[in-house]
Design a binder for this molecule. Structure first.
Ligand code: ATP
Ligand code: MG
Length: 338
């Protein structure tokens, strides 16, 4: 936009007109054009002082540069204004408005991640420190039974810290150029599933779970990173086992070719995921039940976000549906790679 010294808009380019919803802006004042005063104030300051300004403005949902919009999330705008002399040396203010919502959202995600990660690490850290203090202060080291018990609690929580750190590293690896991280090669889906089931077999027998695997055709071949895809299946089957301790659990793992895709499902008949929680389960650190006491160390809530990133790194998709108590199904679709 070009704005004159009485803050009337003199010129708009086509992008500006589109952004400001095609309203006839030329001849209007800044205040009239930008219904949100946060935006107008920065511009008026530049006009008044003749000095360039740069300001980032975050508008709440339903605000847009021109007032209400239907957007459901906040939007971010970078406003830059600087004096500009026309050919006949009239002093105008040149205003550039950039939509920086994508950068803003990325930054927001990063901040949430750091906040969540520190929060998750702080709990086991505090527990370890507490036990250490007790051991050192109260001459507990003289009592082998007690100190052993303390040490084993500390070990459990330090294992948890390692898990969180490893998971975070896996996520950041997958996010920074997934293509280089993945070592893609053809492998039999059946072998991968069998390996996962094998690793979880003690839980399966212990809880008397009816676990069925059906891969059709049996020699269905996937081209991808076998390590990550095994991690994916491991987490899905582990979730189904871990979330459902009640007897009568059935878990089905299926794989089949469908046109140009390979479709893999993991379903269980357990307690399921309430529909209001379903949109969040792939988010980092999200767990439906957040509270866990110290004796019972639950998951980190990073599993499904690693799953999602690993699948996306294979150009695939993953979705979840759940009817609590009836059926909860995770469906992975991978493109067939020639
Ligand atoms: P981690 O996998 O890092 O050890 P986690 O299993 O708690 O921890 P995710 O795998 O990301 O984390 O799962 C997120 C949450 O989704 C779980 O805490 C659980 O509440 C819910 N969930 C996932 N799968 C199922 C399932 N099959 N049945 C019921 N709830 C599930
Ligand atoms: Mg999990």
């Amino acid at each position: 936009l070009l704005v004159n010294s009485t803050s009337h808009i003199q010129f708009t380019n086509s992008t500006a007109r589109e952004l400001l919803k095609g309203r006839d802006l030329e001849g209007r004042t800044i205040i009239e054009a930008f219904l949100d005063e946060n935006l107008a104030v920065a511009l008026l300051k530049c006009i008044r002082t003749g000095k360039p300004v740069q300001k980032k403005v975050v508008l709440r949902p339903q605000s847009s540069p021109l007032g209400r919009s239907d957007k459901e999330s906040s939007s971010a705008w970078m406003i830059e204004a600087a004096p500009h002399f026309t050919d006949d040396s009239e002093l105008l203010t040149c205003v550039i408005i950039r939509n920086v919502t994508a950068e803003y959202e990325a930054e927001q995600i990063r901040q949430d991640f750091v906040a969540n990660a520190s929060h998750e690490l702080r709990t086991p850290m505090a527990i370890i420190q507490g036990y250490l203090e007790n051991l050192l202060d109260d001459d507990l080291l003289e009592e082998p039974v007690m100190s052993r018990r303390f040490l084993s609690v500390m070990q459990k929580h330090s294992n948890r810290i390692s898990r969180i750190v490893e998971d975070m590293l896996a996520i950041s690896k997958l996010e920074s150029g997934a293509d280089q991280t993945l070592k893609k090669a053809p492998f039999l889906l059946k072998d991968c599933v069998d390996d996962v089931v094998d690793r979880l077999s003690s839980l399966v027998t212990q809880n008397n779970v009816d676990l069925k695997v059906s891969i059709d055709p049996v020699d269905l071949t996937v081209v991808g990173d076998g390590f990550y895809l095994a991690q994916v299946l491991f987490n899905l089957v582990e979730n189904a086992l871990k979330e459902n301790q009640a007897p009568g659990l059935k878990i089905d793992v299926t794989g089949k070719a469908e046109g140009q895709s390979i479709v893999i499902t993991v379903s269980d008949n357990g307690r399921g995921i309430p529909s209001d929680a379903l949109p969040y389960i792939f988010k980092r650190f999200y767990r439906v039940e957040k509270h866990h006491n110290n004796s019972e160390v639950k998951g980190t809530g990073l599993g499904l976000s690693i799953v999602k990133r690993a699948i996306e790194a294979h150009d695939g998709t993953i979705t979840a549906t759940s009817t609590p108590g009836v059926s909860t199904t995770f469906t992975i679709t991978l493109p067939v790679v020639e």
